[in-house]
Design a protein around this ligand. Structure first.
Ligand SMILES: [Zn+2]
Length: 75
């Protein structure tokens, strides 16, 4: 009885790491770069999408929430 070699599914495309320089976190969210830079202005301008890890996504959310509130107050 020959057992077929265990078949692994094709390797999943390697996920890009978090877009923040120096961060190798696993992205939980993919934002467009323009959107991401609103909250994280020092993101490198590379590509069109910005994957963000959990921590940086949180940071981005916080930053954009504040910005949005200021926007509102300014009007
Ligand atoms: Zn990160």
């Amino acid at each position: 009885m020959s057992t077929p070699p265990s078949r692994r599914s094709a390797p999943v495309a390697v996920a890009e790491p978090c877009a923040v320089t120096g961060c190798a976190g696993t992205p939980v969210r993919h934002l467009s770069l323009a959107e991401a830079r609103r909250g994280l202005p020092d993101l490198p301008e590379k590509g069109r999408r910005a994957p963000l890890c959990r921590d940086h996504y949180k940071q981005w959310k916080k930053a954009t929430r504040d910005a949005r509130r200021l926007d509102r107050l300014g009007q």
